[in-house]
Design a protein around this ligand. Structure first.
Ligand code: ADP
Length: 503
């Protein structure tokens, strides 16, 4: 079988055979530097468990330098004097460069994260390009308003009052490993469009595309210090960033558990915080659904990106009239999925990202089976090498089971029968998360009724996993604070200043 081996793969694979002894440096103040402490850590190919590159292990002192650089760039560097139009043009240039290097980015993402290269090619990279273009357009459209104020205690006085929107300042951005490049784009796009400066910390499991993006950020012409990229672990570099007094805002995507740690760290000096966290999204197939689209839709809702999506449709509620048909259909789809290394062209599903994640998902499968759930498809690890798990469909679950209540973040769906829409709305909403939900129905009135009754930041109807740079994404309840993408994301990166002038 032919495998894709770009220059990027060779460069990173070289680290394995010793011909590339250097540790991949990080970007601080426009320079590629090693960690001050000299530490490094490997990033692994999840298909084999072997290291592919060595990465600088940034820590508190490195974060400190990066924050200082971002502060200087924000307050007095050339960035602070750029026009909105110039900021927009830099973002457009970055989008063009990313698009030009699509193949390299898709290869790196597949190698580091494990996802099929074909998916990275059509989803991760183009979505990141589109996000930068979308946010470039906003750079010149962020404005305040004027207000006809009356001031009852100043009779006869005249005022001119308006608001202006200003960048929030230096932003610490901490991102996860499931869509490494895309999450970097979701974070960087609105921050740069609004004029903020950034210290970005990629996930330790998948730092490669963020580092390469740093090179393109320089090539596009962003001034030094505007985007700093500090690689390192969550408990060290991440914690130092979340608690750094020089940061005005922290933007985090990751687990709800770490989200709460971030909030506590940021609370010390009341930094602004936005969070995109976990989910346990209900995917509801009503009795009037078109099963020809609902069945493949339900399979892709959970198995896309190996279930490593915060919005994965992991609780599949099916009207009892169709329960057996849907379970058979989704199970057949699960069995058909070709699990393998991400670089092989016929792979549909790659490995989970890490050994830790493999153990976590296997722990959920065991707990489900111990508590009485039955796997009608999958249910086990695939092979002995790499972190592969079989696409799994569980039935016979009960409310209260771990597999029903908690986020698994793997290719595991629980299928649950129901008999009336009111019952399913209550069950769907009965969870600590509220990130996404979906409804499959041919009745437009029911579609709207359920869309409004479901307590989730996104509701898809007759579709799933539809993302667009224009559409806000984020969670109700413990799925987070604030929205990414769309115009709404700009609010997270701006302060509103009211100016009142006596005439
Ligand atoms: P997961 O559990 O899915 O691996 P995490 O929420 O642990 O996701 O990680 C998401 C991001 O948060 C990563 O960049 C990780 O390094 C970072 N992180 C983990 N722990 C902390 C922490 N204590 N403080 C700040 N960042 C952290």
């Amino acid at each position: 079988m032919k495998t894709t081996k770009s220059a990027a793969v060779r460069k990173h694979a070289a680290a394995r055979n010793g011909s590339a002894p250097k540790t991949r440096p990080m970007l601080i103040d426009g320079k590629w530097v090693q960690a001050l402490g000299g530490g490094s850590f490997p990033t692994f190919n999840p298909a084999t468990g072997e290291p592919i590159a060595n990465i600088a292990a940034g820590d508190k002192a490195d974060v400190d330098l990066a924050v200082k650089a971002a502060r200087a760039a924000f307050e007095s560097g050339p960035w602070s004097r750029l026009t909105a139009s110039e900021r927009g043009r830099l973002l457009l240039k970055l989008a063009d460069l990313l698009e030009k290097n699509l193949e390299e980015f898709a290869t790196l993402e597949s190698l580091d994260n494990g996802k099929p290269i074909g998916v990275a090619r059509v989803a991760d990279v183009p979505l990141a390009v589109d996000l930068f273009r979308y946010m470039a357009g906003w750079a010149t459209k962020i404005h305040g308003r004027t207000f006809p104020i009356s001031v009852p205690y100043a009779p006869g006085a005249q005022f001119f009052a308006y608001t202006q929107r200003e960048p929030v300042g230096v932003v610490g951005q901490i991102i996860p490993w499931n869509f490494p490049l895309l999450m970097a784009a979701w974070k960087l796009g609105p921050a740069l469009a609004t004029g903020c400066t950034v210290v970005l910390k990629p996930a330790e499991q998948t730092p490669l595309t963020a580092l390469r993006l740093g090179e393109l950020i320089q090539e596009a012409g962003f001034p030094d210090g505007v985007v700093n990229i500090v690689t390192g672990f969550g408990e060290t570099a991440g914690a130092a960033l979340a608690g750094h007094p020089g940061i005005d805002k922290v933007a985090f995507t990751g687990s709800t558990e770490v989200g709460k740690i971030i909030v506590r760290a940021a609370a010390k000096d009341l930094k602004k915080v936005s969070l995109e966290l976990g989910g346990k999204s209900p995917n509801i197939i009503l009795d009037d659904a078109d099963l020809e689209t609902a069945i493949p839709g339900a399979a892709s809702a959970i198995f896309f990106n190996h279930g490593q999506c915060c919005c994965a449709g992991s609780r599949l509620y099916v009207h009892k009239k169709h329960f057996d048909t849907v379970v058979d259909g989704v199970s057949a789809a699960a069995r058909k999925i070709k699990v393998g290394p991400g670089h092989l062209p016929d792979t549909d599903m790659g490995p989970l990202v890490s050994e830790e994640q493999l153990n976590r998902v296997m722990g959920f499968l065991k707990s489900g089976q111990d508590e009485g759930a039955k796997a009608v498809a999958g249910g086990a690890r695939e092979g002995k090498k790499g972190y592969f798990v079989q696409p799994t469909v569980l039935v016979n679950t009960k409310p209260g089971m771990k597999v029903i209540e908690e986020e698994i973040f793997g290719p595991v769906v629980c299928a649950i029968p129901f008999s009336d829409p009111a019952e399913v709305i209550a069950a769907a909403n009965n969870n600590i998360y509220g990130l996404a939900a979906a409804v499959w129905t041919s009745n437009v009135s029911r579609a709207h009724t359920l869309a409004s009754a479901l307590r989730a930041g996104t509701v898809w109807v007759n579709c799933y996993n539809i993302f667009d740079a224009a559409l806000p994404f984020g969670g109700y309840k413990q799925s987070g604070w604030g929205r990414e993408m769309g115009e709404e994301a700009l609010a997270l990166y701006t302060e509103t200043k009211a100016v009142c002038i006596r005439l």
